[in-house]
Design a protein around this ligand. Structure first.
Ligand SMILES: O=P(O)(O)OC[C@H]1O[C@H](O[C@H]2O[C@H](CO)[C@@H](O)[C@H](O)[C@H]2O)[C@H](O)[C@@H](O)[C@@H]1O
Ligand SMILES: [Mg+2]
Length: 268
């Protein structure tokens, strides 16, 4: 018999820190784009999101304007990105760096399926069945424990997941994002993905700009700043690493939409 914890009430967002306005985009930028909460608005369920109809054209125009140096870097799978953003196809890293496609026409390279993946999944499914409003998203190389419907249990769910994960291979990492616990392979992050992209001919020598909204984006922020680039935080989540901030995914799309025009050589 499971005893559910007492509800504590939702955790409020901290006030948005004032940061300088974004500088004009430059032709030598390399863009790294998070998806949920950055390119698209959140929804109650991972499959409930709406992809604006302009999104594929917008991404293709950005690729063309930046010599192909645009990558999607997400907790989602690359397969999901290809399906939902078709016909756009970009360089991409999925499942928090556990899979990577270094160029649009290159193959996706996944890490080996971690040993903990299946047994931990079975344990989480069994033990979390008693928690109403909590569900598990099954991805090939990682898991996501979603609790958007019961944010008041955020700490209790994290404690439970960590307790259940104790004793599994130490190659597993638990990271609490906004209304989600990402259960992911240790040693692979959005930051390691950025570093790999920056070593390829498409991205090398460019100034990396990472745009993201959640705690898993901090690794991307660190990586681009270490390479002299810019971190752009989306939404109200507090971060000490952002250079700039935009309030919403709609603001992000508006900004990205303008970049190709900004970079067009002036007509003579
Ligand atoms: O790295 P991201 O591109 O931001 O992806 C992070 C996770 O996003 C998805 O979950 C989040 O978005 C859902 C849809 O809005 C929302 O219902 C959920 O509460 C959020 O946590 C996705 O389902 C995960 O696989 C990603 O890891
Ligand atoms: Mg996100």
């Amino acid at each position: 018999m499971h005893t559910l914890p007492e509800a504590k009430g939702p955790v409020p967002d901290l006030p948005e820190a004032a940061l300088p306005a974004l500088p004009p985009a430059q032709p030598d930028w390399a863009l790294f784009l998070d998806i949920d909460g950055t390119l698209i608005e959140h929804a109650d369920h991972p499959e409930g999101v709406t992809i604006p109809t302009r999104m594929p054209d917008m991404l293709v125009a950005l690729q063309q304007a930046l010599g192909g140096a645009v990558a999607l870097v997400s907790g989602r799978t690359i397969d999901w990105m290809d399906r939902r953003f078709a016909p756009a196809r970009l360089a991409a890293s999925g499942q928090h760096g556990a899979e990577i496609r270094l160029a649009p026409d290159a193959p996706s390279v996944p890490i080996t399926i971690p040993k903990w993946r299946q047994p931990l999944e079975h344990t989480l499914v069994r033990e979390l069945a008693a928690w109403p409003g909590v569900f598990i998203e099954h991805k090939p190389l990682s898991l996501a424990v979603h609790f958007r419907a019961v944010p008041e249990w955020s700490d209790a769910i994290m404690d439970k997941v960590v307790e259940l994960g104790r004793g599994f291979d130490d190659g597993v990492e638990f990271l609490k994002g906004r209304f989600v616990i990402e259960v992911r392979p240790a040693g692979h992050t959005k930051g390691t993905a950025v570093e790999q992209f920056m070593r390829t001919s498409i991205f090398a020598g460019r100034r990396p700009v990472f745009v993201g909204d959640d705690v898993t984006d901090e690794d991307g922020f660190r990586a681009v700043r270490a390479a002299g680039g810019l971190a752009v935080a989306i939404g109200p989540r507090p971060t000490t690493q952002a250079d700039h901030r935009l309030a919403t995914p709609a603001d992000v799309r508006h900004w990205l939409d303008q970049i190709p025009q900004m970079l067009e050589p002036a007509a003579t």
